[in-house]
Design a protein around this ligand. Sequence first.
Ligand SMILES: Cc1cc2nc3c(=O)[nH]c(=O)nc-3n(C[C@H](O)[C@H](O)[C@H](O)COP(=O)(O)OP(=O)(O)OC[C@H]3O[C@@H](n4cnc5c(N)ncnc54)[C@H](O)[C@@H]3O)c2cc1C
Length: 389
Amino acid sequence: MRILISGASIAGPALAYWLGRYGHQPTIVEIAPALRTGGSAVDFRGPLHMSVLSKMGILDALRAVETHGTEMRFVDAQGATLMAWPAGLAGGDLEVQRGDLARILCDAAGDRTEYLFGDRIAAMTDTPAGVEVTFASGLQRRFDLVIGADGVHSAVRRFTFGPEEEFVKHLGYYVAGWEVPAPLGPDDALVMHNTPGRMAGAGRGGATFCFRSPKLSYDRHDPVAARQILRDRYAGMGWLTPELLSHLDSADGFWFDQICRVDNPAWTRGRVALVGDAACGATIGGQGNGTALVSAYVLAGELAAAGGDHTVAFPRYEQRIGKFARGTQKGGDTTGMFLAPKTATGIRLRNYVNNQKWFLDLTFKIAGHRSTNLTLPAYALDRACAAES
Ligand SMILES: Cc1cc2nc3c(=O)[nH]c(=O)nc-3n(C[C@H](O)[C@H](O)[C@H](O)COP(=O)(O)OP(=O)(O)OC[C@H]3O[C@@H](n4cnc5c(N)ncnc54)[C@H](O)[C@@H]3O)c2cc1C
């Protein structure tokens, strides 16, 4: 089948990898002119995530660039540690820079996948013969299926299910990241500083900022506007903040978004399906990377098991993954208030409880349970691999 995937980040290339291996012809359209390599360290935890990475044959490539569970420290304005999560705790079983993960997934999908960078779906019509797609570039094509892997602000979801406001809940915070020259951030830790409702952080991936705010009215596609919002919000904040902000204009990999949750009661309609954050995302803290890879594996596997019949495969995909994905997503609900508590008392309380071993043990037990709470079905390619070995 000819299958169009919107979004070349994590879920999109992972799905293209599996579809290509099952003999389909995936095309990925990505709105950015090239692969987006921004973002900080992301992690995989537990046997479920690790088994999917292993089935994809990308574990060695990821191990070669792993960041070994970066330590996370909150510090005062002079740099003294107030609270710390030791290295290894936050990083799960495998931690890599998000940009490295995206690149490795794209490489894995590469041979069998057609990429259309710098373009996007402008209109799509689901017909009995296929989905008629018009791209912003003017290109027109028909695909057997269209998959939205285009993140929390998915255009495919908007075209298929309705306006974003119906499905995306703002969780009261914004997050940003950009690259800075190496000496500014420590190489072995993510170090963060708070004032009430604001967090500025520096680490190997560059700058990571998070601030509390009701939903802002600005053009999401205008990085100049987003940069100005950051400058305004962080005016007067000490520590490394002015230096980190001074790299904003020249920085690569700039990323700015609201922290939000996607609540989509259905992930498929007709010949269209959603995967990754487009289906069930939380901007950060909801194990979005692991869930995206598991979901891509299941969606491609169910299509194969149903002999390509999407009317059978799509409901099975939703049934298999729904409870698991919505469970992992919950972690994102409290990420903003963890990173940037609203008051000075809230910051002190966050520091106090996170310095207690029993609290950390409990936190990571819950995260571990959520990330493994699924029995992974075996599909045709797994059986073929097992037979070969
Ligand atoms: C630049 C960037 C930096 C990130 N940094 C972090 C981080 O530091 N920590 C963290 O936990 N998570 C981060 N995330 C989110 C994380 O990648 C996802 O939560 C998770 O991996 C699920 O991935 P996804 O592929 O479903 O969605 P996403 O990673 O959000 O990717 C969606 C992709 O679709 C593309 N896209 C959007 N609209 C369209 C359109 N209309 N047409 C075509 N393409 C479109 C986007 O450019 C993007 O490449 C980041 C995402 C991006 C894009």
